[in-house]
Write a protein that binds this ligand. Structure first.
Ligand code: ANZ
Length: 980
């Protein structure tokens, strides 16, 4: 799956998180309208020296008191004054990381045994597998992959059998386009890209079971994709139809709706027209109800579920028949059946509309109107469904010259042709009720068609003039005893029910449920896809499925991948492959030359990971039963609808034929947020080349933007200004990473500069996992420094020649109470935050622990070991190294994750302020519930406080348990005493 594909932006993303914004209480930056877009604020001298101030402040927003943070900040700043920490290579990650990657590879540490082991619980954590593009990984990939890796490692350490696999969704257009341009076979390009992706992923230390790697392009894999197609065919769920498709002459191929943007191909921007073609379709509509119902039981984001519900678009209504009248007003033998969700408004139907592609249209249309109707049909065929149904578009249409009878009012009403009605939805014809539907209202007003009000609002309010009233209400003007129907005075719901009952009794219509969901167009005129396993007899054209025993039907080798241009797919060029013999009749036949869409291979790959090398079955039953369903599935929100809906559809078919044991494939789905590029600052110049302030740029009308380097920017109050001219305000904005903007961050560079653990940690620390966030290189320096501090805490400072000692500095003592409290608080928080996929706050907890640990003289082994275990899912390389230095011969990957002991979580002591004569003079640490006497004794023993209290007569003690101890000295008697 291509995670850079963002056409489908299913729900609004939260604004980019910028920790630094927390440093100031600045209001949002006022900006010229034209320049407004995902703006973020950021200080020019962002983070480097103050990094921990920033992390701690960001932690503050998750519930830690600001005064505590401020204390820690001043400690940090103080410490940094004396001990400058090198920004780069804070510890020897470049030695550690390759060493452990080699170890994991050689020992196959993350191999999930083939055999089912029911003695342990299972955890299947899956990434949406990538499309291995030529560009390699970008920093968006590791965001999701690190999260799933943390979960996988965490669960392994908690004693689960974990399935955490990786593979390649490797069929698709880019490799084919590249083949057309360069003549390089897509197989070679794909293999090269896969091997780059694989080594990049390995360099990040992900704990995949590489023995289970699969690629959708391998015949052993697509054998089963083809097998599923045959099962669909057997059950009538795959069929052929002549359907209008998006034909792109320049690409010589049919495109899926989602590949067409504003009438041009998403790739290359070529014009796309609608053209009928023979296509393979999959009957997903047969599963519409189940796809809808079963959504309720899924732990998915509500937003995705809602998108799926809307995509399926179930609506309840009725089909009603309107008889066509001839020129003298008598009923002909032709009828138009309309689909309506508002049968209650039927008396208000003052015209009918049929779609321009309505099949009966040519037999209805009058001779006089024929020419204009045909002209209109041509114009409409050039528009996409989306354009046609856009609400704001001015309505167009032509009169058919013909009338039909409203079956309830008995009145003749005109039949119009208009493109706001789609041929592909409902029956392709509607009863138009202008009084109660906005589109009909606009149309009727434009073409002077009568508007008849039949519903009044329930609450007695008046209908607003000049627009339709589309709400429900009480029915008026709706009675005709000639046909035996009177719905006046009923509510909309009751009336709808009555009308349907009347229609059913009188043979005029019936109740009907409709779906927006269409059958899935399953053929592509491309080379680089799975061949569809069907042949056609040469004499009769009859289609015959390829025998299951002959699968895989492999792709033939080709040298020329260019489309034929006629719509004949490139595979038709493989003449000797296309010509075949039907094995059962011995007759000559031709192979299907269309291939499957890229969605096919990604529909079921999660099943193959359970049993990737099985040549007899798609997946072994026992293995499937053990591993299903996927416990957590992480990927981009752009796959919210299509991929997840197609997978669910195939899964349900496989469930029906007994291949899988669960109704749903993915128990929990999580979408990671998008990573935006570094913040870009823009200054504006007038036509003479002088800088002008961003806020005056728009007023000026003409201006030239100029990207400004961060060093030239200064934060001034709420604004960003030029450093050398603070009157010039700038705009600050984070853009989506793209090659053309030059703001793409390559993970390889980050790994070589800071190490994989730093990259992993940074991606998790950028902000809440599901939110979109801006990339900031100084942020990585910050987490890198944290890892360096952790390393030096445990291993010690570098030796004279810059290397580190062997082993660690840990001691053998028992940890103190304070240490145990800090540790168990950290364990508790890290565990809770991993379970809640709030990885950023988990890291904050570890940072706090390390800060606290720097204050301790001794670092007992038991304490440090537990901390290293906590760190290991996040920074596995460093954790393995420390674990081995702590004397463990085996990998940390299967060591037990620590459990927080509630005994240490109870805050049993508190800090009590002590006032002497109303002035706070110090604090004492007391047990919760400590008595006044004990508190006073502790205060008198305290070094600082004792000098105020020693030998002084006491007038009164005011003690508020848990809050304060105030000691009032008896000044009088003290004075008197001194005189005596
Ligand atoms: C009469 C009516 C009166 C309607 C009224 C609405 C309001 P959903 O909910 O999306 O299913 N319709 C039916 N087929 C159509 C098509 N092929 N192209 C465009 N519009 C179509 O919407 C169903 C409603 O959309 C139907 O109910 C129909 O208009 C229209 F006060 O019928 B109605």
């Amino acid at each position: 799956m291509n995670i850079t594909h963002t056409k489908l932006q299913p729900f609004p993303l939260s604004p980019p998180l910028n920790h630094h914004a927390l440093l100031s209480s600045s209001k949002s930056l006022p900006l010229p309208r034209k320049l407004k877009h995902a703006h973020v604020k950021k200080s020019p001298s962002f983070a480097s020296a103050l990094y921990r101030k920033h992390t701690l402040l960001s932690y503050g927003c998750f519930g830690i008191s600001r005064s505590r943070i401020r204390n820690s900040i001043s400690e940090v700043e103080e410490e940094q004054k004396h001990k400058p920490v090198p920004v780069k290579r804070a510890y020897p990650f470049d030695e550690i990381e390759p060493r452990w990657q080699r170890y994991w590879e050689e020992n196959r540490t993350f191999r999930t045994p083939d055999d089912v082991d029911t003695s342990k619980p299972k955890y299947y954590v899956l990434d949406m597998f990538p499309y291995p593009s030529g560009a390699g990984l970008h920093v968006g990939h590791p965001l999701g992959y690190t999260a799933t890796d943390i979960l996988a490692r965490f669960k392994r350490m908690q004693g689960y059998n974990v399935l955490h696999p990786m593979g390649w969704d490797a069929f698709g257009l880019p490799a084919e386009q590249y083949a057309i341009e360069t003549g390089t076979h897509p197989k070679l390009t794909t293999l090269r890209n896969i091997s780059r992706f694989r080594s990049q992923l390995k360099s990040l230390g992900f704990s995949y079971d590489w023995d289970r790697e699969i690629s959708t392009t391998e015949p052993e894999y697509y054998k089963w994709t083809q097998w599923i197609f045959l099962q669909l065919l057997k059950r009538g769920l795959a069929y052929q139809a002549e359907v209008p498709v998006n034909w792109c002459p320049a690409l010589g191929t049919v495109l899926a709706n989602e590949e067409v943007v504003d009438g041009v191909s998403e790739r290359g921007g070529h014009p796309v027209i609608r053209k009928p073609m023979r296509q393979w379709m999959l009957k997903i509509t047969a599963y519409a109800d189940r796809l809808l119902e079963d959504l309720d039981e899924l732990e998915w984001p509500e937003s995705i579920k809602e998108m799926q519900r809307n995509w399926i678009g179930r609506s309840e209504g009725a089909e009603v028949e309107f008889w066509v009248l001839d020129s003298d007003g008598t009923e002909t033998d032709m009828k138009i059946t309309v689909y309506t969700t508002r049968p209650d408004t039927i008396f208000g139907a003052t015209y009918l509309v049929v779609a321009p592609e309505y099949t009966l249209l040519s037999s209805i249309v009058s001779t006089k109107q024929r020419e204009s109707v045909e002209e209109y049909q041509v114009i409409a065929s050039r528009k996409s469904d989306l354009e046609r149904t856009e609400l704001q578009k001015e309505k167009t249409g032509v009169f058919s010259g013909c009338y039909a009878k409203n079956p309830t009012s008995g009145e003749p009403i005109p039949i119009w042709v208009a493109d706001y009605v789609l041929g592909s939805y409902g029956t392709g014809a509607i009863m138009a009720v202008p009084a109660h539907d906005a589109r009909d209202y606009e149309f009727a007003s434009k073409f002077d068609i009568p508007i008849k009000w039949v519903v009044t609002p329930n609450n007695g309010s008046c209908i607003e003039s000049g627009k339709a009233y589309s709400g429900e209400g009480i029915i008026i003007n709706s009675s005709n005893m000639n046909v035996g129907l009177d719905i006046n005075g009923l509510s909309s719901k009751e009336a709808a029910f009555e009308v349907i009952e009347w229609a059913e009794k009188n043979g005029k219509g019936k109740k009907k449920v409709n779906y927006k969901l269409r059958d899935w167009l399953f053929a592509r005129q491309r080379y680089w896809g799975e061949p569809i396993p069907v042949i056609f007899l040469e004499d009769s054209g009859e289609s015959i499925p390829v025998l299951e025993t002959e699968l895989p039907l492999t792709l033939p080798e080709l040298d020329d991948f260019t489309p034929s241009g006629t719509g004949e797919p490139p595979l038709s060029k493989a003449v000797s492959w296309v010509k075949t013999i039907d094995p059962s009749s011995g007759k000559p036949a031709m192979r299907e030359t269309n291939t499957m869409p890229q969605w096919a291979g990604s529909c079921w790959y999660y099943l193959r990971f359970m049993d990737p090398r099985n040549s007899n079955e798609l997946v072994d039953k026992a293995k499937e039963k053990y591993w299903s369903p996927v416990d957590v599935y992480v990927g981009g929100a752009e796959h919210a609808v299509l991929h997840l809906l197609y997978s669910r559809f195939w899964h349900k078919v496989l469930y029906d034929i007994g291949v899988v044991s669960t109704k749903e494939p993915f128990k929990c789905v999580i979408n990671q947020g998008i990573i935006l590029g570094e913040v870009q600052y823009t200054a504006y110049k007038d036509t003479d080349g002088n800088y002008i302030s961003a806020d005056s740029a728009e007023e000026l009308g003409e201006y030239r933007p100029e990207i400004i380097a961060e060093e030239r920017v200064l934060k001034s109050g709420e604004y960003f200004v030029l450093k050398d001219n603070s009157n010039i305000r700038l705009t600050a904005r984070a853009h989506k990473m793209s090659k053309s903007r030059g703001n793409v961050v390559n993970p390889d560079d980050v790994v070589s500069e800071y190490g994989a653990d730093s990259l992993r940690l940074y991606e998790m620390f950028m902000g809440p996992f599901r939110d979109s966030k801006t990339w900031n290189t100084s942020g990585i320096e910050g987490v890198h420094r944290f890892l360096g501090r952790t390393w030096r805490l445990i291993v010690g400072s570098p030796l004279n020649h810059g290397t580190f000692r062997d082993g660690t500095l840990v001691t053998d003592e028992e940890p103190t109470m304070e240490q145990l409290r800090a540790l168990h608080k950290c364990i508790d928080k890290v565990t809770e935050e991993i379970e809640g996929t709030r990885f950023n706050t988990g890291i904050s907890a570890m940072m706090e622990f390390v800060n606290a640990a720097y204050k301790w003289d001794k670092h007992p082994k038991a304490l440090i070991e537990a901390f290293v275990l906590l760190l290991s899912p996040y920074a596995p390389h460093m954790a393995e190294e420390l674990w081995s230095r702590l004397g463990h011969p085996d990998s940390i990957a299967y060591a037990t994750f620590p459990k927080a002991d509630p005994v240490y979580l109870k805050e049993s002591t508190i800090v009590l302020p002590v006032q002497i004569n109303g002035k706070t003079r110090g604090t004492i640490e007391v047990e919760k519930g400590c008595s006044e006497g004990d508190a006073f004794t502790l205060a008198s023993q305290d070094e600082k406080l004792s000098k105020y209290l020693d030998g002084k007569p006491i007038k009164k003690r005011i003690y508020v348990p848990g809050k304060i101890l105030n000691v009032i000295l008896d000044r009088q008697s003290a004075k008197a005493g001194s005189i005596q």
